[in-house]
Design a protein around this ligand. Structure first.
Ligand SMILES: [Zn+2]
Length: 294
């Protein structure tokens, strides 16, 4: 991943399905956008509300998901749509939806990815801004030993290492993955990885009224003896999904990053926190690179 020009989609495309949290039928439209527009989500069911930039400044605190809010409009659980856009290096896009969250699909990014690839991707003229991580930054969880380090890397790319470890008694086995980001890698190795929850967590969410339409066919639910009523797409599908989540969350920086993120048991809140550190450290950096290399 070197300096590159910004990209958008060639034509609008649509994804329909059920929202994981609300159970509502949702239609989502990806619409091409001009250079430097970034990614913005717009609630078309709330007339008069403005598109919400998918940037750190608009993130609102949530458990186990990424949500953005502006004025009277909030969009929940944007991370898998964001991962599909970032994974394909689509920088400028208006995302319109008629409900509070994107369609959940199968809990991965595949349903978004397919629509975007079918729409086609086009290069624009402006260079995509870039942050080069110069000094290590680190954030840690407040209530556990989770952490993320963002470190200098000697090559011009973004690497992500994720170490998932819920302990010896968890039905989800410890697993680790390091990737060097590229759209090709995202399409073949990450996009298919689905959301997962423990059975106890799924029960607790249902009691709160969330995910009441979901079954074990719609995402990965882990009971004491492993995944229930479903088959893993890869033995390490869970850690692949965690890296997918990182790709979606790191895109809230609104630019490319060259550096190595090393995450241990992190979730969305910590992903946002490391992005804030990286953005703060880079605030004095000249981040828009001039040349238009590939
Ligand atoms: Zn996720």
């Amino acid at each position: 991943m070197s300096v590159r020009c910004q990209r958008t989609i060639a034509q609008p495309c649509e994804v329909t399905g059920v929202g994981f949290l609300t159970g509502a039928d949702i239609t989502l439209r990806f619409i091409p956008a001009e250079e430097n527009y970034g990614v913005r989500f717009q609630r078309v069911d709330l007339p008069g509300t403005l598109p919400i930039p998918a940037r750190l400044d608009y993130v609102v605190p949530r458990q186990r998901r990424t949500a953005i809010s502006r004025g009277g409009a909030t969009v929940e659980m944007i991370e898998h749509a964001m991962a599909a856009l970032a994974g394909l290096q689509i920088d400028n896009c208006l995302v319109q939806l008629n409900g509070a969250e994107p369609p959940g699909g199968d809990g991965s990014s595949l349903h978004f990815l397919r629509a975007l690839l079918e729409a086609g991707i086009v290069d624009q003229s402006a260079p995509q801004p870039l942050i080069v991580i110069q000094h290590d930054a680190k954030v840690q969880g407040e209530r556990d030993d989770s952490e993320i380090v963002a470190a200098l890397i000697s090559r011009r790319l973004m690497a992500v290492t994720y170490e998932l470890d819920y302990g010896a008694r968890s039905p989800i086995r410890p697993q680790q993955l390091t990737i060097e980001f590229s759209p090709e890698l995202f399409v073949t190795n990450l996009a298919y990885a689905r959301t997962f929850v423990l059975q106890a967590e799924a029960d607790a969410l249902r009691q709160q009224g969330y995910g009441t339409k979901l079954t074990e066919k719609d995402l990965l639910i882990f009971g004491p003896h492993g995944v229930i009523g479903n088959t893993l797409r890869a033995v390490d599908e869970c850690v692949r999904h965690k890296v997918l989540d990182c790709i979606g969350d790191f895109a809230l920086l609104g630019c490319d990053v060259h550096g190595h993120f090393r995450a241990y048991r992190s979730g969305h809140a910590l992903n946002h926190a490391i992005c804030r550190q990286v953005a703060a450290a880079a605030s004095g950096q000249t981040i828009t690179v001039t040349s238009r290399a590939a």
